[in-house]
Design a protein around this ligand. Structure first.
Ligand code: FAD
Length: 324
């Protein structure tokens, strides 16, 4: 099977997801994103060093500075028309999920979302019923087969052994057919508000410390933040905690929030509703602290403390060493 994985790093938007070797279908286009920090060219160079990437396509234009679905979907359409890819893949994050359905409509195909396993070139596994069941789907539509993938379900691809000389070519996308009208849609960029950049990103963090309604107030929730700081962890919250105004919506973990897959997930005052569990099942080790021994979170926890979080957190804060 000829392998011709391609990677498109478009615009200045955040992107950088697992470009796992699993996506080496015949001619796969991966819509990748990079977050702040490195320039677009540096990100493209980094992407070119992944052994499974044969070419990096770069669309360096102001039109793609913001994550607006219309110009990006049009860009995918333009790139596909030229490259005729068998598969187009994005991450299952707000960026990918915003763009892919619109691009799929332009290409007149049906996308498959939230893929957690690739069983064959057209056979995929995805969760349904808030993660309570897994469904195996065979794609029988025409090319391209368009997928959003949950990057937490796949190992991070290694780029180490690849020397600079064997890095993939970086090529500018020809935007001559891309008119001003293509960049203008019904949506308009207003502002980008993002969480404290000092902390690791929830989606990629090694440790996540989450607080639920059991914290009782925004003031008390600061204990979770302190603990996260000591552990170098990202902070998460349940929808109940978000709805109660303890923390902003961007920290919500679960079916309608972020999907996380850390080495360690610590849940304080979280009951373990299925909608919350839907976002944490990729975690390697789950630790739950709840005063109710019958709380459903204990059914998925590897370690549990039946106790009062207002006693457990201060003790942890006292006993954990200061962060170096
Ligand atoms: C369509 C839909 C989508 C949803 N999406 C999400 C989602 O993405 N994410 C999400 O989280 N929820 C989601 N929900 C809501 C979900 O059903 C639950 O309501 C929510 O997860 C409950 O949050 P919680 O565990 O913080 O609160 P609760 O269920 O009220 O649990 C609080 C827990 O804290 C414990 N507690 C209280 N005091 C203490 C103490 N002092 N010490 C220790 N433990 C204590 C209690 O025993 C209890 O178990 C969704 C719901 C719907 C219908």
């Amino acid at each position: 099977m000829a392998i011709r994985a391609k990677l498109a790093a478009f615009g200045n938007r955040s992107l950088a997801t697992a470009i796992a070797s699993r996506y080496r279908f015949i001619s796969t286009l991966v819509l990748a994103e990079h977050e702040g920090g490195p320039s677009l060219r540096e990100a493209a160079q980094a992407a070119s060093c992944y052994p499974s990437v044969s070419q990096v396509l770069l669309a360096d234009s102001d039109k793609f500075t913001h994550p607006l679905a219309e110009p990006w979907a049009k860009l995918l359409h333009v790139v596909h028309k030229k490259g005729n890819f068998s598969h187009i893949v994005t991450a299952s994050d707000s960026f990918g999920k915003n763009i892919l359905p619109r691009a799929a409509a332009l290409l007149d195909v049906s996308p498959i979302t939230d893929v957690i396993e690739v069983s064959g070139s057209h056979l995929f596994v995805r969760p349904i019923y808030a993660g309570n069941a897994l469904s195996t789907i065979r794609y029988t539509g025409s090319d391209p087969c368009m997928l959003t993938i949950r990057s937490t379900s796949f190992p991070v691809a290694s780029m180490s052994a690849h020397s600079k000389s064997s890095a993939a070519a970086i090529e500018q996308v020809d935007l001559s057919t891309f008119s001003e009208d293509d960049a203008v849609g019904k949506s308009k960029f207003v502002k980008l508000s993002s969480q404290d950049t000092e902390r690791p990103d929830l989606g990629n963090a090694r440790i996540v410390v989450t607080g639920g309604r059991g914290l009782k107030s925004a003031e008390n929730f600061k204990m979770i933040e302190k603990l996260a700081e000591k552990l170098g962890a990202a902070v998460g919250a349940t929808r109940a905690a978000v709805d109660a105004g303890f923390v902003p919506n961007e920290l919500q973990v679960g079916q309608t929030g972020k999907i996380v897959g850390p080495e360690l997930y610590m849940a304080f005052g979280v009951s373990g509703a299925i909608q919350h569990l839907a976002g944490i099942t990729d975690s390697k080790v789950i630790v739950a602290i709840n005063k109710d021994a019958d709380a459903p979170i204990f059914q998925v926890a590897d370690y549990g403390i039946v106790g009062d979080l207002f006693e457990v957190i201060p003790e942890l804060l006292e006993k954990l060493p200061e962060k170096k």
